[in-house]
Design a protein around this ligand. Structure first.
Ligand SMILES: Nc1ncnc2c1ncn2[C@@H]1O[C@H](COP(=O)(O)OP(=O)(O)OP(=O)(O)O)[C@@H](O)[C@H]1O
Ligand SMILES: [Mg+2]
Length: 439
């Protein structure tokens, strides 16, 4: 992509309305723009990151055996009256009336809708277990939308719903999502800590919140310092394994949100207890028959008996993750994208857009990089070197390749690693191989 034609409205100044670094950087890097309180448009650069995050979420959900579908954003109120939540959900729910005076709502979550799909289409014990998910926009009329997409009113969520014949099977479904969540966040370069959590208005009695530690997080959390040393991607556990030992091992270390933390009975010695702020990037719940029972979702068992399935629900804040990753990975100059979610693999900078030799060499390298499958943002603008470097650092692509007149005379380009800041001169061919090896 040539930057001269790309829609990337960068801001030089820090926007006054942004209180936390991820919000500031998302605005400055031209990733999002607010349209009304807590509601954002995703501009091309931001959308690329959102899509990359979605792809990782999708890959792990699929690997864990969940199946993707897509439910609508607008739901009929009747379903929520059946579960009893239409009145309970309160002011966070955006209620809408259509031209026929039917009560509708913009879904804040989808337990009712998925249970309705289930009961209409799944009738036999042979069809279970099932885990169905979608990645869809939600609306919650938060009292205090703030921190950009971190706490929006409209936000993108992955929500999965499992249906099982009995408790043991429901437990297996829960454990699979537990593993999927740890892997999903780790693949985005985040260390997430599963914490025993309150079940809140969704109900049920087994739940974990996945928390990424960050000073700007809205949750107060407590955990064993040993959590900082864990690495889920080093584990060889597989979704088809018996995951209970894995679950037991990964929950043995203490971790609890404020609501569940009990200072008097906490098992961690004081010198190992970390009290910190954290960002909730996902939450999983065992629901039991909280929805299947009132909504009369049943399947026929082997002897014709009726079985009420045990359910679970599993949410990931897809749009919140964009901000959470920035909170975890930035410096004074801007964002530092982990390569798994970076909007482009590399940035190519032509230092002298007015110089024919520089431009020819840059154009040629751009073509070579593209042919090699390296997704490149090519700064071909007639801007000062300083402005170009600042822009590249701000948008945080993992690699920068700088083509300048002095290097060209020596037959080299400069390659900079955004994370380490290390710069190195090398031939264009070596640069290509370096990037190929890294991606
Ligand atoms: N207002 C929001 N803006 C962005 N993401 C959100 C918002 N509310 C929830 N999420 C994300 O969706 C995930 C699943 O939703 P869940 O119902 O568990 O949210 P929640 O517990 O109400 O979140 P919170 O406690 O932050 O309000 C959360 O873990 C979070 O990552
Ligand atoms: Mg939650």
């Amino acid at each position: 992509m040539r930057l001269s034609t790309y829609f990337l409205p960068l801001l030089r100044e820090n926007p006054a309305e942004a209180q936390i670094v991820s919000h500031r950087l998302m605005l400055r890097a031209g990733m999002i723009r607010q349209s009304s309180a807590g509601i954002y448009s995703w501009l091309p650069l931001g959308l690329r990151v959102l899509h990359n995050i979605e792809a990782i979420v999708r890959a792990e959900q699929d690997a864990a055996g969940a199946q993707e579908l897509l439910m609508p954003t607008i739901q009929p109120a009747e379903l929520w009256r059946e579960s009893g939540r239409y009145d309970d959900y309160g002011e966070e729910m955006l209620r809408i009336r259509d031209r026929h005076d039917r009560d509708m709502l913009y879904g804040p979550t989808n337990e009712e809708l998925i249970t309705d799909i289930f009961r209409q289409n799944i009738k036999s014990y042979r069809d279970l277990p099932k885990n169905l998910y979608h990645i869809q926009w939600k609306f919650r009329d938060e009292v205090r939308p703030r921190f950009g997409v971190m706490r929006g009113r409209e936000f993108l969520m992955k929500d999965a719903y499992s249906f099982d014949l009995d408790l043991a099977s429901a437990r297996r479904s829960y454990n699979k999502m537990f593993l999927a969540y740890l892997r999903t966040f780790a693949r985005m370069g985040l260390k997430s800590i599963p914490m025993r959590a309150d079940t809140g208005p969704i109900g049920g009695d087994l739940s974990h919140e996945f928390i990424v530690l960050a000073d700007t997080g809205e949750s107060q959390v407590y955990c064993d310092k040993a959590w900082l040393e864990t690495d889920i991607l080093a584990s060889t556990v597989d979704y088809d394994d018996d995951l209970q030992p894995f679950f037991d091992q990964w929950t043995r270390l203490y971790a609890a949100t404020e609501e569940k933390h009990d200072a008097a009975n906490c098992s961690v010695p004081a010198d190992r207890l970390l009290a910190a702020r954290g960002i909730e990037v996902g939450q999983i719940f065992f629901l039991g028959t909280k929805y299947s029972k009132p909504m009369n979702a049943v399947v026929a068992g082997p002897n014709g008996e009726q079985i009420v399935p045990e359910m679970g629900c599993y949410g990931i804040g897809v749009s919140r993750l964009v901000a959470a990753i920035i909170e975890a990975s930035h410096d004074d100059a801007g964002i530092i994208w982990p390569k798994s979610v970076a909007p482009f693999d590399a940035g190519l900078v032509n230092l002298r857009a007015g110089d024919a030799a520089c431009t020819d060499a840059s154009d040629a390298l751009y073509q070579t990089l593209r042919n090699a499958g390296i997704d490149t943002l090519y700064d071909d603008r007639a801007e000062s070197a300083g402005a170009k470097f600042a822009a590249m650092d701000l948008i945080g692509l993992p690699w920068q390749i700088v083509v300048g007149p002095r290097g060209l005379q020596k037959g080299v380009v400069e390659v900079k690693n955004r994370r380490t800041g290390q710069r190195e001169d090398m031939t264009a061919e070596t640069a290509l191989n370096r990037l190929r090896a890294a991606s």
